[in-house]
Each structure stands twice: as structure tokens, then as C-alpha cells.
Design a protein. Structure first.
Length: 147
């Protein structure tokens, strides 16, 4: 069992393959932006529809009803900004974790194979339990054994 000192000294890279991982994080961030934008557009159309219905019902334009609709739209905008920031942080974290579980195994394979000059130099490829594509390491290991 590893001691606390050994665990604290273990190096961890936030980004194993920055080009790939930043692209994944960017895609997740765009998802957050688009969801928030679509929600805002929906709320805006609802508010415009409420204003239109008020006018069609003959409500005077200086009536408190219109001020309430505008205040609700403004409050909703503030809430959506907060939701966007929270979801952006969430998606950045999720994007980092997921991309790490993909980039880590690829890095491990490339690193192991680049160190091999002969079959005898080959060390079995092992992934972390939480990494994606564990079958890839198994297949590469079997392939090298057959050579």
C-alpha cells in the first residue's frame, strides 16, 4: 500500500495531450454556450409573446404588466448567465476528465512502443483501471507476443 507521501509525490499532468484535450474541452464549452443561448432565445420569445398578448388584450403600454414582463426577462438573463458560468466550469471539468481517460492510454501506448527497439525490450502495456479502451492494451500485448 502506498504511503501518503508517495501519493503526494506522484506527478500528474493536467493535460497529457494538450492539442487533443483542449479541443475536447472546447467542444464541451461550445455545448454549454449553445444550450444557454437556446434557453435565452426561448425565454426571449416567451417574453415577446406575453407582450404581444398584452397589447392584443388592450392593456395600456404603461401598465405594470409590461414592466413585470421586462423585469422577468432581465432576471432570467442574470440567472442564465450564472447557469452558463456554472455549466461552463462543469463541462471544463468533465471534458478534462474524459479527455484524460482517452489521451492517457494513447500516451502510454506511444511511450511504450517508442522505447522498444526489439521484442525483448517490450514491456507489457497497462492502463489505469479508470481509463477507456482497456481492450486496446490487451490486443497490443497479444500482438507483440505473437511476433
Amino acid at each position: 500500500m502506498k504511503t501518503l507521501i508517495e501519493l503526494n509525490n506522484k506527478r500528474r499532468n493536467l493535460l497529457i495531450n494538450p492539442k487533443f484535450q483542449l479541443k475536447v474541452i472546447g467542444y464541451f464549452s461550445l455545448v454549454s454556450l449553445f444550450i444557454t443561448a437556446f434557453l435565452y432565445i426561448g425565454l426571449y420569445f416567451i417574453a415577446q409573446n406575453m407582450i404581444k398578448q398584452g397589447i392584443e388584450a388592450g392593456v395600456s403600454t404603461d401598465n405594470v404588466y409590461f414592466k413585470v414582463v421586462e423585469q422577468q426577462l432581465s432576471a432570467s438573463s442574470s440567472i442564465l448567465i450564472a447557469i452558463f458560468i456554472a455549466s461552463l466550469i462543469f463541462f471544463i471539468i468533465v471534458g478534462t476528465v474524459i479527455s484524460h481517460k482517452i489521451a492517457g492510454p494513447i500516451f502510454r501506448i506511444c511511450s511504450t512502443l517508442s522505447k522498444c527497439k526489439t521484442k525483448e525490450d517490450f514491456k507489457e502495456i497497462k492502463f489505469r483501471d479508470s481509463d477507456y479502451f482497456p481492450e486496446l492494451a490487451k490486443e497490443i500485448n497479444h500482438f507483440i507476443e505473437r511476433i
